[in-house]
Write a protein that binds this ligand. Structure first.
Ligand code: URA
Length: 236
């Protein structure tokens, strides 16, 4: 039976600070299984307890998953002393959930970023062993050609000797291209294209596995993932 203190559960659901939660419980606004909660230390079965605030059910979920359309100019990090991070774009409630970005996009890269507090999930998404394809739209100084496509398919070796897994490269009619990779080395896509003499001028992640960026999200916006979207991440 998964047990948790009432104040911890309410805090993880973003209800308020521990102090605020204590006050809510004291004033009788929190109920557990139909009766006013006794104390913040009260232990609950997180699978079964019916917890309400002002009569409204609090839905407890251990893990949370969000998609963000990452804007340029923001770090893929939880916090930074100086620069704005993707977590700074979220709500005060989300900041209490222990969320972090799944893999990193460079400061100037835009597009699909998953935020979660599920470390195992993040590990599986990032690991090349999972063979989950990440698709990027890249603009380069000059268009890619057939030799570039063949070199990507063979598996590139970067200038510093780093070997890359075979990757997909698809030229688009407007001179830009799609890059499909299963790994996430440091500046990987930029370094792959630069190694072919095609420096990247703009980079956007479009999908992770079967999960596509919801283009109706304006840059900097986010929303919770639907259950079917969460499952689609692992789709090859
Ligand atoms: N590859 C890069 O070079 N940059 C990113 O942000 C993501 C993949």
């Amino acid at each position: 039976m998964p047990t948790m203190r009432l104040d911890k559960l309410l805090s993880e659901c973003g209800v308020g600070s521990r102090k605020e939660i204590k006050q809510l419980i004291k004033s009788g606004r929190v109920s557990v299984d139909g009766s006013a909660a006794a104390s913040p230390e009260q232990k609950l079965d997180t699978d079964k307890a019916d917890v309400c605030l002002d009569g409204k059910k609090i839905a407890y979920a251990k893990y949370r998953y969000y998609m963000m359309n990452k804007p340029a100019g923001v770090l893929s990090a939880t916090d930074d002393g100086k620069q704005k991070t993707v977590l700074d774009l979220t709500t005060p409630e989300m900041k209490k959930m222990g969320l972090f970005p799944v893999g990193r996009l460079d400061k100037d890269t835009t597009g699909l970023l998953i935020l979660t507090n599920d470390g195992d999930f993040a590990h599986r998404v990032i690991s090349p062993k999972s063979e989950i394809v990440k698709v990027y739209h890249a603009r380069t100084e000059t268009p890619v050609n057939d030799a570039d496509i063949a070199a990507f398919a063979d598996g590139l070796t970067l200038g510093d000797g780093t070997k890359c897994l075979p990757a997909g490269l698809k030229p688009l009619p407007d001179g830009s291209c799609l890059v499909e990779v299963m790994e996430g080395k440091y500046h990987q896509v930029k370094r792959m294209l630069a190694s072919r003499g095609k420096p990247v001028t703009e980079l956007k992640r479009l999908s992770i596995g079967g999960l596509k960026l919801d283009e109706s999200l304006s840059p900097g916006s986010f929303r919770a993932l639907e259950q079917n979207e969460l499952c689609s991440v692992m789709r090859k």
